[in-house]
Design a protein around this ligand. Structure first.
Ligand SMILES: [Zn+2]
Length: 230
């Protein structure tokens, strides 16, 4: 999509340092920006580990500003009560995607009203994080790690534990296999906005698929054209 992409992080995503860093670092070389609201930040702070960086300092480091609170979350009647404010805040942020592990907590028609899809961090990053951003992130983890020190290859291998699809998307960057390749959850996308092209073209019967029919078709044409030389 030509328009710059904004992704809204819910509190559990903000509270995970590795996932959050992957999403924040990407702004330098990938075409998306991760944001959150004061309410999400305050919720995430409750789950923050004692020695972790305070979230306002994290935002300052990336020059990221809090997004405004959303209006009338109660109108999202098809959405779980506990996550209605996430949807309202994401809408107020002008976000195209809401990054969450609880993708099915949101009503499909509510997501359509807000103009966004709910997607897991792993699937979103696998689709949208460029190799340059990924290498930036691995380098950053290397510089900021505490003992025992791990190599870039070991840090990359460890990404597979919680972000198997992201690891797979960049598997060829480092000469190492996954530390433990976990299965991605079955529920990782819900909405009508395609996670790959950003168009709101998902078929009404396919809102659980992350990628729209046009993108799937383009990918299958590409894979037929690029027959590997044995
Ligand atoms: Zn698409």
């Amino acid at each position: 999509m030509s328009e710059h992409t904004f992704v809204f992080l819910d509190a559990p995503v903000i509270a995970k340092p590795v996932t959050r860093t992957l999403l924040m670092v990407a702004r330098s070389h990938s075409d998306f920006t991760a944001v959150w609201s004061l309410r999400a930040e305050q919720q995430a702070a409750i789950h923050r580990l004692p020695n972790a960086a305070p979230l306002p300092a994290v935002r300052d480091a990336y020059r990221s500003e809090l997004t405004p609170p959303g209006a009338f979350p109660e109108r999202f009647t098809g959405t779980k009560q506990s996550v209605r404010t996430d949807l309202a805040d994401a809408e107020a942020a002008g976000a195209h995607y809401l990054i969450t592990a609880d993708v099915y907590g949101f009503g499909l028609s509510d997501l359509a009203i807000a103009g966004l899809s709910a997607v897991t961090a792993d699937l979103f990053l696998a689709e949208r994080m460029t190799s340059a951003s990924y290498m930036d992130a691995i380098e950053l983890f290397s510089q900021t790690q505490s003992r025992p020190r791990r190599t870039l290859e070991q840090l990359h291998a460890a990404i597979a534990v919680h972000h198997p699809q992201l690891f797979a998307a960049h598997a060829d960057l480092y000469d190492v296999g996954p530390l433990r390749l976990s299965e991605p959850p079955e529920q990782q996308f819900w909405g009508l906005r395609c996670v790959r092209c950003g168009a709101v073209t998902m078929r009404a019967e396919d809102p659980h698929r992350g990628v729209c029919p046009a993108c799937l078709h383009a990918a299958s044409v590409r894979s037929r054209e690029s027959v590997p030389i044995a």
